[in-house]
Design a protein. Structure first.
Length: 94
């Protein structure tokens, strides 16, 4: 297993505690281990992001540390792509 940091940008106006628990649930579905998290909170974006006919000017930044097998990365990415509350995400190797 490798250590990863996953950065998220959530939609403004969502219940962020529910989103964080949902992302942790996705992690367990992909057979990953939660190793910690941090958040920057709601921030103004540098430029508007257009996704699914919506325009976003603010977003909630959330960072998650996890231990994952690299073979399960496509599984977890698929879960993130189908979640409409996640505007953007990025998976980085620590």
């Amino acid at each position: 297993m490798r250590s990863y940091e996953i950065a998220f940008l959530f939609k403004e106006g969502e219940n962020f505690d529910d989103l964080k628990s949902r992302v942790k649930e996705y992690l367990t579905k992909a057979k990953g281990e939660f190793a910690g998290d941090s958040e920057l909170g709601l921030r103004e974006l540098a430029y508007p992001i257009h996704r699914n006919r919506e325009t976003f000017h603010k977003g909630y930044y959330y960072f998650l540390k996890a231990n994952l097998n690299q073979n399960h990365i496509p599984d977890i990415e698929r879960l993130f792509k189908f979640d409409e509350s996640i505007i953007r995400y990025m998976i980085l190797v620590e």
